[in-house]
Every structure is written in structure tokens, then in C-alpha cells.
Write a protein that binds this ligand. Sequence first.
Ligand code: RRO
Length: 312
Amino acid sequence: ASLATTFLNHTYENPFMNASGVHCKDTKELNELDNSKSSTFITKSSTSLKREGNPEPRYFSVPLGSINSMGLPNEGFNYYLKYVIDRQQRMPKGNPAFFSVAGMSVDENLKMLKAVQDSDFNGVTELNLSCPNVPGKPQVAYDFDLLGEILQKVFEFFTKPLGVKLPPYFDFAHFDTAASILNRFPLVYVNCINSIGNGLYIDIEKESVVIKPKNGFGGLGGEYIKPTALANVRAFYTRLNPSIKIIGTGGIRTGGDAFEHLLCGATMLQVGTELYKEGVSVFDRIERELKEIMEKKGYTSIEQFRGKLRTL
Ligand code: RRO
């Protein structure tokens, strides 16, 4: 079976990459991803200026996943843009990379996207509208007026391939409204989902929270969130224009999880919590497991089953 995946006129060896934020904060981690069995990578969401992020501990692995309140620690926009452009020059035939931005205001996002537009970067840009962890900054994508307004302003000048990172939605009214807004713009993809915002994990022994920022509240990832991730992938796959692809993120730990995201309609797949836990060798294992499932079922390509989830 082949895992070959065509996304925006480029065929990748497989659909797998990291989820932004995990294993992508500096050149060392990015180089490890680039040399791993993932087919490409995405950089840590950046802000115009370097940020230290929230106080530690700010990421905690738990039996069924993870909770984080990193607070957007990053080396700054220029650091990651330079990384992806240098790589492009070093490997002009390399797979296109993904570059994530998460400004703290509309203007900061517009300023960074203008700089991407004016740069030599020829990969894919992701606008993160769903960071749950900056105290005092609500998630943009939960404010539908703001969501439409920012995309309107972005597409007045941005002509390179752009996707958006969405938070999970939990109501059909919200799936419908979000999709009708997103369908007005020439987005190339939506990425479902970011962490489920503001969960609370408790250590019974210590009668305490496990991360320091926001009195322990943080974004959930991993096994906990797979059903919500699948629902969002499916809801947007069935509502968006076919030209807007879906990246599936949330609870991908095994080849079976990857298969489920693909059945729901995802094209590329991102691994966060499990990559944090296992390191980049996670990609070898998940790819092997996905191929085994496909071969058992008689599939030779992902296209044969992508999106073809059955209902009762
Ligand atoms: O840095 C973070 O706290 C963070 C971000 Br920007 C995000 O988009 N999602 C997340 O779970 N953590």
C-alpha cells in the first residue's frame, strides 16, 4: 500500500507531520523533524517578537493525553521565516514546509502575513486562530464576527497558500456558521483541531493542579480529544467547498487513529501529544500501522477510502 498524499499540487510520501507547537520550537527540533519519516513539518506558531511564554510547569503528560498552557513561547517571526527560507534554498526540491503565525492582535497577524507575502517563502502558511492559553486573549475563532473580519483583511493582499488552525466546535449551529464564513475565502485548508481549551487535570495525591499558569487550566490533547477532533474533521469536510482541504489533528496515536481521520475526510495528519511522548520515531510506527490496516482491507492508496465514512 502507498501512503502518497497530494496536497496543493505537491505529492508527499505520506500524510504525516507534527502538530504546531510540538517538536518545532528551534532549528534542532525542526531539523530532526525534517530528517524523520514525517513528510513535512510546521513551525511553532510565532509572534512578531520572541516570547518566553507562561511560567513552568506548563506541559504535563497524563495517562490519556496532555494538558498545556505554554503561552506561545517562541523565537520570534524572523527566526522561523529564516529557517524555512534557508531550507528552501538548501533543498529546492524538498517537500514544501508549513509556517505558523499566531499574532496577539489583528494588526500583528496582518503585519506578519504581509511579511510572508513579501518574502521568498514558497511553502504553506497557517494562521493560528485558536490559541487557548494567552491570559486575557480569547480565541479569535470563537468570535465569528472577528473571524470574518480578519480573513477579509488578510485576503485583500495575501495570495500565497493559506490555511487556518481552528479550535474544536461543539454545536451544529457553530459548524454551520463557521463553515459559511470560511467558504467565503480562498483558503487552501482548515486544520481541525487545536487543543480543547481550558480543561483542568487534578493530581489526587497532591490535591493539586499539574500546571502552573492560569491556576491549572490548559488545552487538552491526545486520546481525550480524538472523538471531538474526528467530529470537527467530518463536520467541516461535509460543509466546506471541496477546494478547502482538511488537516486532521487530535488524538492520532496509532495507525488506526490515522485511518479514522482519513475516513472522516482529512488529507494531511498532524501528531502532537504522541510526538511529544515518543519523539520523531513515532512516525515510523504510525506509518507502518496505517499500511498494515490498509493492506488487511485491500486498499492500495488513501484515495480509495478518504472521506468515505459510512453512516447507519
Ligand atoms: O503556546 C501555546 O500555549 C499553545 C498554542 Br499557541 C496553541 O495554539 N495551542 C496550544 O495548545 N498551546
